[in-house]
Design a protein around this ligand. Structure first.
Ligand code: MN
Length: 297
């Protein structure tokens, strides 16, 4: 499949971006790796119905969908979903060129970035290479993108990678990666000194450097051995939360989605890793309900 236009989207901007893409009359739209936001689900379904009358839509995702998604009975709409594998693998399997060397390597980078590198397909690709090299190269992408998230940089990066350039050959990515690493170790130290454990929940707030919510939560989990770790950042009256768990009985996607929606926000993600935004004034309620929900598990 030849790709003409790439747009980056979050779950909450998906409808807006889809509308703008539809206005250029494409023959196919591929949506990938974007969780369905419950607050926008009805609008999204209407849009898909509307746009799919003149254009084929693929929706490829590894985030568990909310009840009511995908909508049934729409021609020219194909929803491809599996949890536990990387979005890159699903895209590769659905529309990639299986014999293309660059596609296979990019698929492996994506799987490593998603921490989904244990599937048979990814293992097969890794076994053909020096896997240490592939992990190092994938690391440049995941780490580098934490310190540089501007769209211009991301679009350039996509171009360079699609042409087959290894991440290590892109100087801006490498320097951004080194910046991330130095910040990251500072954040880990901050977590060690400031994590708060409340029952089965580890809480980290006021992380001194932006962009590390997920990693701070991950580290808090390992450091405290709590069941759930939550990193909270507040900006402009909104609390941004990253949640992690290693307890397989806990479905963080479902819990986070329900709690954040009930408290006037939104959220979701994966069974062991999720994110939410809620009004900052409701953080205490969120933590309290989370503790209650965990009691039964
Ligand atoms: Mn993803």
């Amino acid at each position: 499949m030849r790709v003409d236009t790439i747009r980056i989207s979050t779950p909450t901007s998906l409808c807006r971006i889809l509308k703008s893409l539809a206005s250029i009359n494409p023959s196919t739209i591929v949506i990938c790796d974007i969780a369905v936001d419950t607050g926008y689900m009805n609008e999204l379904i209407d849009l898909i119905r509307n746009i799919s009358s003149r254009c084929f839509i693929y929706y490829i995702d590894h985030h568990p969908p909310p009840a009511g998604f995908p909508p049934p009975g729409i021609d020219q709409f194909k929803y491809i979903y599996r949890s536990g594998v990387s979005a890159s693998q699903l895209v590769y399997e659905a529309i990639g060129r299986s014999d293309d060397r660059i596609s296979r390597i990019l698929m492996a980078y994506g799987a490593i970035g998603d921490m989904c590198d244990e599937s048979q397909l990814v293992r097969d690709v890794l076994s053909l290479w020096d896997r240490r090299l592939i992990y190092l190269e994938a690391g440049f992408i995941t780490e580098g993108l934490i310190s540089r998230r501007d769209e211009k940089f991301i679009y350039e990066l996509i171009d360079r990678l699609a042409q087959g350039n290894p991440p290590s050959s892109i100087p801006e990515l490498v320097s951004s990666c080194l910046k991330t690493l130095s910040d990251e170790y500072k954040v880990y130290k901050y977590v060690e000194e400031n994590v708060n454990v409340r029952g089965r929940i580890a809480i980290v707030t006021k992380i001194p450097i932006r962009g590390f919510g997920g990693k701070a939560a991950n580290y808090a989990l390992a450091y405290t051995r709590a069941d759930v770790a939550i990193a909270i950042t507040i900006s402009g009256g909104t609390a941004h939360m990253s949640l992690r768990s290693r307890n397989p009985r806990i479905d963080l996607n479902d819990l986070t989605r329900r709690l954040s929606t009930a408290l006037g926000g939104y959220g979701g993600g994966h069974p062991q890793s999720a994110a939410a935004r809620i009004p900052a004034s409701r953080i205490e309620e969120f933590l309290m309900f989370m503790e209650i929900a965990l009691q039964g598990l």
